[in-house]
Write a protein that binds this ligand. Structure first.
Ligand SMILES: C[S@@+](CC[C@H](N)C(=O)[O-])C[C@H]1O[C@@H](n2cnc3c(N)ncnc32)[C@H](O)[C@@H]1O
Length: 214
């Protein structure tokens, strides 16, 4: 990309993230089958492509919110006829019921809670992990310690919202997922950042698609 193209992408990202004028953040007004889903649809398409390639038996998601992303993942699994979603949140609330979703109540930095999610199905030859809960660097680093080893070779560890803290969104957030990934990837040779997953130019997860290579 030329410098000018990079500027255009950055400006569009900021505009998309914050929303134009005073209309509010677009991702907070995004729904999957009627349920709030705090995602950029360009990333959901990448999820679909990864899932098609990996065919995960188990997807562990941290941070359920309303359940829109879990429902999206379960519906993609429906299209394959395989897969299960275990989604963890500290918050309890009514969420869409689906036979492929287990809602796990607790903190994603608690080993027992994570073990419950991992044990939600027997078959887990291929495991995909998505981190989308508390976005502080400290919490994401704890999640990475607990959950990275559950990802199977060839599959992905997706760290959501690495765009915050000025990458390029929400510059005042403070150290978050991006910074946690930087430290993790320096020490962890089992994973590499897969920039091909950023092909749609704008992603909420820059340097956040980590592929397990060994
Ligand atoms: C960004 S939202 C998740 C969005 C959801 N994945 C989606 O795409 O619609 C973050 C969620 O993380 C949850 N959360 C915050 N701290 C947590 C923790 N320590 N463990 C698990 N969930 C946590 C919040 O309750 C909130 O529902």
């Amino acid at each position: 990309m030329t410098e000018n193209e990079k500027k255009i992408v950055k400006r569009f990202h900021e505009l998309y993230y914050n929303g134009p004028d005073t209309s509010g953040r677009i991702y907070e007004n995004t729904y999957w089958m009627g349920t709030s889903c705090l995602k950029c649809p360009l990333d959901l398409w990448i999820y679909q492509e990864i899932m098609y390639e990996v065919r995960p038996d188990l997807i562990i998601e941290t941070g359920t919110h309303a359940g829109g992303s879990a429902l999206y993942l379960a519906h993609i699994c429906d299209l394959f006829g395989a897969g299960h979603v275990a989604t963890i949140d500290i918050d309890k609330r009514p969420r869409p019921a689906h036979k492929r979703i287990s809602y796990i109540h607790g903190s994603s930095s608690d080993p027992e809670t994570v073990a419950k999610a991992f044990d939600s199905v027997k078959k887990k030859e291929r495991v995909l992990v998505i981190l989308d809960s508390d976005h502080s660097e400290e919490h994401v680093s704890r999640e990475l310690k607990l959950l990275a080893s559950l990802v199977t070779r060839g599959s992905y560890l997706i760290v959501e919202d690495t765009n915050i803290n000025g990458h390029p969104a929400y510059p005042t957030f403070g150290p978050g997922p991006y910074e946690a990934v930087q430290k993790f990837i320096e020490k962890n040779k089992d994973f590499e950042i897969d920039p091909s997953r950023e092909k749609f130019l704008m992603t909420f997860n820059p340097r956040g698609y980590l592929k397990r290579i060994s």
